[in-house]
Ligand binder design. Structure first.
Ligand SMILES: C[S@@+](CC[C@H](N)C(=O)[O-])C[C@H]1O[C@@H](n2cnc3c(N)ncnc32)[C@H](O)[C@@H]1O
Length: 212
């Protein structure tokens, strides 16, 4: 299934408070510098159009949310979604979430890491490009505070099974807990755009949550 063209972003929206380039970040990453306050920090890798960020920043205002998106046009789109809602607890970093976690995120500093519908890289010779690889999972375990959570959802059964096995082999994370499918109450009441797309097409969604 290809991705639909993005809606145009309102040219009047000033994204400077919501869209940050990876190169402009401090090392280690300081949530206090970014948000101007301290709060539990959650990270989403691969935010796409930013539906998760839009919902999560509203439903958990006492937490901060950082989306990391490698594709500039999606990073911009997700940031515009937050800017349009004037969210003070969500920002988007345009950059590589795998590198960012590895190089800039301190040990035991994160409340939750979310990875929803990462690109499957179907061809066997491309599998090494998958986000959910052993080194990344070890970084997830390292950055999560004790009791923190990893949320991983996909529509690809093989990616799901392979990742669950990799988590079991390479980390001490507890799980999986398998969250039940939530009925949607309106057109955008889904965890992410990809979840919406799969469910509207009656395709399966494989969900998992792990705890540190
Ligand atoms: C299949 S889309 C899913 C988007 C969204 N999570 C959803 O469920 O609707 C995967 C997204 O991950 C982004 N991505 C891939 N590799 C990444 C990386 N290393 N760091 C950050 N984003 C990445 C892609 O640009 C793409 O927007």
């Amino acid at each position: 299934m290809g991705r639909r063209a993005l809606r145009k972003i309102d040219p009047g929206l000033d994204l400077t408070r919501w869209l940050i380039a990876e190169e402009a970040l401090s090392t280690p990453l300081s949530a206090e510098l970014l948000f101007g306050h301290t709060a539990p920090l959650q990270i989403e890798v691969g935010s796409g159009k930013g539906l998760f960020l839009a919902h999560a920043t509203a439903s958990l205002p006492e937490h901060d949310f950082l989306g990391i998106e490698i594709a500039a046009k999606y990073a911009q789109f997700a940031a515009a979604r937050l800017a349009g809602r004037a969210r003070t607890n969500g920002k988007v970093i345009r950059g590589d979430g795998v590198r960012l976690l590895r190089e800039r995120v301190a040990d035991e500093s994160i409340e939750a890491v979310h990875v929803y519908f990462p690109d499957p890289w179907w061809k066997r010779r491309h599998r090494k490009r998958r986000v959910m690889h052993a080194a990344f999972l070890r970084d997830v375990e390292r950055v999560l505070r004790i009791g923190g959570a990893l949320h991983f959802w996909t529509d690809v059964a093989e990616y799901y099974e392979a990742t669950l096995e990799l988590i079991r082999r390479t980390t001490h994370l507890d799980g999986p807990i398998v969250p039940a499918e939530r009925p949607s109450e309106h057109d955008l009441d889904y965890q992410t755009h990809f979840e919406r797309r799969m469910r509207l097409n009656d395709l399966p969604v494989y969900r998992s949550e792990f705890r540190n």
